[in-house]
Design a protein around this ligand. Structure first.
Ligand code: SF4
Ligand code: SF4
Length: 228
């Protein structure tokens, strides 16, 4: 699924799931977001955590996607999921699976693109990059700004706002506390443990740095290899 601007509700008939600061000059506060300014660039404080995935474990069941939309929106919709799983049956293992999660980028182009500071990294929430739907004006600039394909910011056609992974910070339909230090629903429900949470972000915001080996002895007991 590409930019998600034209996302439709779940198509159950398809198996293709629609799925640094060195040499800092100074720090300033800006509507709850801390920025460090160096030369002509703006840096945002790093998120306190992010999700990592194991492409060799994921079987494309989509449980994480439906759970994501359930805990955030109270309904099962693949289009409203912040984590997106795509499967291409014509590609060989493990290239047949793409797990698209927000990388919680150090420089977060989606945050800096937002003209009204609705897409933000708040000090109160460990600088998780998330979107305030009450502030969002639906300009889609953050969707365009995310450098990854598919964009890790989705368009919500119901609210007409952008949305993105908040590590389950704002989950009105989940009893447990989400966010950093809490539960991330996708990680909790994945039946094969293909998603994990880390607090030390990779050096660079490259998708391949967020692909890890989560296979353990239990995985080996099922007759599958645990080596990369
Ligand atoms: S769509 Fe909303 S969150 Fe994204 S840049 Fe526009 S106002 Fe900001
Ligand atoms: S939505 Fe995209 S640009 Fe924003 S933090 Fe996530 S991966 Fe980075």
């Amino acid at each position: 699924m590409s930019m998600n601007k034209n996302s439709s509700e779940m198509d159950t008939g398809r198996r293709h799931f629609l799925a640094a600061m060195g040499g800092v000059g100074m720090l300033i506060g800006f509507s709850g977001t801390a920025y460090a300014i160096r030369d002509d660039k703006v840096y945002i404080k790093s998120s306190g955590g992010a999700l990592v995935v194991d492409l060799k474990k994921c079987m494309g069941c989509g449980t994480c996607m439906t759970t994501c939309s359930l805990v955030h929106h109270g309904k099962a919709s693949l289009s409203l999921s912040c984590i997106q799983i795509e499967q291409d049956v014509f590609k060989p293992f493990p290239q047949d699976i793409q797990m698209s999660t927000c990388l919680q980028c150090h420089d977060a182009p989606c945050v800096t693109a937002c003209p009204v500071n609705a897409n933000k990294a708040s000090e109160d929430f460990d600088f998780v990059r998330d979107i305030d739907p009450d502030k969002c004006i639906g300009c889609m600039q953050c969707i365009e700004a995310c450098p990854h394909t598919p964009s890790r910011v989705q368009w919500n056609p119901t609210t007409r706002c952008a949305q993105k992974c908040d590590l389950c910070l704002n989950t009105p339909y989940m009893e447990e506390q989400g966010g950093i230090g809490g539960v991330q629903a996708c990680r909790r429900v994945c039946p094969v443990g293909a998603i994990a949470f880390i607090t030390e972000l990779p050096e660079q915001s490259l998708p391949q740095n967020y692909v890890v080996n989560l296979r353990n002895e239990n995985w080996a007991k099922s007759g599958k290899t645990i080596e990369d």
